[in-house]
Design a protein around this ligand. Structure first.
Ligand code: 5CA
Length: 160
């Protein structure tokens, strides 16, 4: 297994979880690709998105359903400052992983974490596992337990 995927597997085991990291032959870099490769719907992909506090520069992890867009206004209200989308280098330095492989756990430092409430509607979901072709299957309960994330409503809801 690739070292970055093995790291995620080791962290899961160290936390007492039995979820298995799998490396797939096809890319799982985007939520759509991951859904095709894992054989699930795009909504069941738990995508790990990094935001940064505009004033503090603090990294924030949002784990969103693959079919949702995160409403930055709602996130701003939750964190108490405006947020921006950081560049790829910030994502790598704050998490230890490259975009497309950022997992919900195992980051180089603890990140304040929010979980999209829509993910709790599924019996099982899939998350990135450190590498753009590695994923693991989990339940929404496990996601909440392993991240300590706050479950919130933060998707963009279409108007009209
Ligand atoms: N492995 C898949 C499914 S779990 C995955 O990681 N998908 S993801 O959506 O969570 O990660 C890709 C996300 O990284 C994109 O949704 C996008 O928000 C973000 N991203 C892509 N390119 C950039 C970039 N240049 N700078 C900052 N963020 C980016």
């Amino acid at each position: 297994m690739k070292p970055s995927a093995q790291k995620v597997q080791d962290v899961l085991h160290a936390q007492g979880f039995t979820n298995q990291v799998v490396e797939l032959p096809d890319s799982t870099r985007t939520a759509a690709e991951a859904a095709t490769a894992a054989g699930c719907t795009i909504g069941q992909i738990a995508k790990s998105l990094i935001f940064a506090g505009k004033r503090s520069g603090q990294a924030i992890l949002v784990i969103a359903s693959g079919s949702n867009r995160v409403d930055e206004k709602q996130l701003t209200a939750l964190v108490g400052e405006k947020v921006t989308r950081p560049d790829a280098e910030f994502v790598r330095s704050q998490t230890g992983f490259v975009i497309g492989g950022v997992p919900p756990v195992g980051h180089v430092r603890p990140l304040r974490t929010f979980i999209d409430a829509d993910l709790l509607d599924f019996a099982e979901i899939w998350a990135a596992a450190g590498h753009p072709n590695a994923v693991f299957r989990l339940t929404p309960d496990e996601l909440v337990q392993m991240t300590g994330g706050e479950v919130v409503a933060l998707k963009v809801t279409p108007t009209g």
